[in-house]
Design a protein around this ligand. Structure first.
Ligand code: NAD
Ligand code: ZN
Ligand code: ZN
Length: 345
């Protein structure tokens, strides 16, 4: 194999990514080199490339944390995987394994974690490095394009729904029916919940309905909360906010039922006002939710393997990544765009 690969690289925040030939990395102890077949484009990749968040990645870096590919080489000490295995490379690249959070099965909040496509180079490239203990093995024959969004959008919404503690038969409102929300609807249905979906624009609401939402409501309608209250008989037991919009977080307080939980998943930079009186008197819980643990990820993958959850994808080439980012910025993406990395082979 040649020792260079294509990669989409962020050299400056807010500037277009550059497609470059760069050295194929070498797996160190406990790591695997993965030949990438596909990688979904998450809105987080856009936040990363724009330097939106308080902790920024160091430049230059390669985004991409919904990568799927074949193990091309194993570093020393890798016993769990073999060359040729199909694996997914999620956001959680690795964690310390020893802190109070890691030993409690909460590796997602480990202070010493590294993140794929952020602190560690990601999968917008022909090859990427994974940690053998943190990549997720996938059955051979898996459709890598349709599975890719499960690696982040899938596990994140699956976990975020669990974090609302809504029970089968109860109502979940999902605000933001993009890459995350459209899979979230299906996890919610597979988990026995009733779903009210909110987004802006008729196309997103049509996608929500086709994904199985029981009710689809335009978030810009001044009567949106009233519609949800009527449909749910008093508000949603759980609210999952995936919208890249601060007003959407504020609106969640109007959608949630008394004693309900708002699961905060979207990451627009900034803050939203919290109505103290409502939170207290209605005993509302506001809870952050960050991706999912390795166990959550394995479960999220199982739903997809069993066809209980599918993804609505469009493919693009690596060279089109800037156009995909523009579409995400403008809210024009329908479901998830997945970079098909096999086009040159
Ligand atoms: P996306 O761009 O595919 O979807 C966002 C959706 O929000 C779009 O459909 C858009 O129309 C909708 N929206 C915008 N304004 C709205 C409003 N006022 N009301 C309702 N909907 C509105 O993005 P995505 O890939 O689904 O990611 C969503 C967010 O989740 C991003 O901020 C991303 O960084 C974050 N994220 C968080 C985690 C986590 O672990 N917490 C994981 C992955 C992504
Ligand atoms: Zn993501
Ligand atoms: Zn830890």
């Amino acid at each position: 194999m040649s020792n260079t690969m294509r990669a989409a690289i962020v050299r400056r925040f807010g500037a277009p990514l550059t497609i470059e030939e760069t050295a194929i990395p070498e797996p160190r102890y406990g790591e695997v080199l993965v030949r990438i077949l596909a990688c979904g484009v998450c809105h987080t990749d856009l936040h990363a490339a724009d330097g939106d968040w308080p902790i920024q990645p160091s430049l230059p870096f390669i985004p991409g944390h919904e990568g799927i590919g074949l193990v091309a080489a194993c570093g020393p000490g890798v016993t769990r995987l073999r060359e040729g295995d199909l694996v997914g490379l999620p956001w959680l690249h690795d964690a310390c394994g020893a802190c109070e959070h890691c030993v409690s099965g909460w590796e997602t909040v480990c202070e010493s974690q590294h993140n794929t496509g952020y602190g560690v180079n990601g999968a917008f490239a022909d090859y990427a490095i994974g940690n053998a203990a943190y990549v997720v093995p996938l059955p051979s024959g898996t459709d890598e394009i349709r599975m890719a969004p499960i690696l982040c959008a899938g596990v994140t919404t699956y976990k975020g729904i669990k974090e609302t503690e809504a029970k089968p038969g109860e109502w979940l409102a999902i605000v933001g029916i993009g890459g995350l929300g459209h899979v979230g609807i299906q996890y919610a249905k597979a988990m026995g919940l009733q779903v009210a979906a909110l987004d802006v624009g008729a196309d997103k609401l049509a996608l929500a309905t086709s994904m199985g939402a029981d009710v689809a409501v335009d978030a810009t309608d001044p009567e949106a909360a009233a519609h949800v209250a009527r449909a749910t008989g008093g508000g949603a037991h759980g609210v999952l906010v995936t919208a890249v919009s601060l007003p959407a977080f504020a609106q969640a307080f109007n959608l949630v039922r008394r004693r309900g939980t708002i699961s905060v998943v979207g990451l627009p930079p900034g803050a939203f006002p919290t109505p103290v009186f409502d939170v207290v008197l209605k005993r509302i819980t506001v809870r952050g939710s960050i991706v999912g643990t390795r166990k959550d990820l394995a479960e999220a993958v199982e739903f997809a393997v069993a066809n209980k959850v599918t993804t609505h994808t469009h493919t693009a080439r690596l060279e089109e990544v800037n156009r995909v980012f523009d579409d995400l910025r403008a809210g024009r993406v329908d479901g998830r765009v997945v970079l098909d990395m096999t086009d040159r082979r």
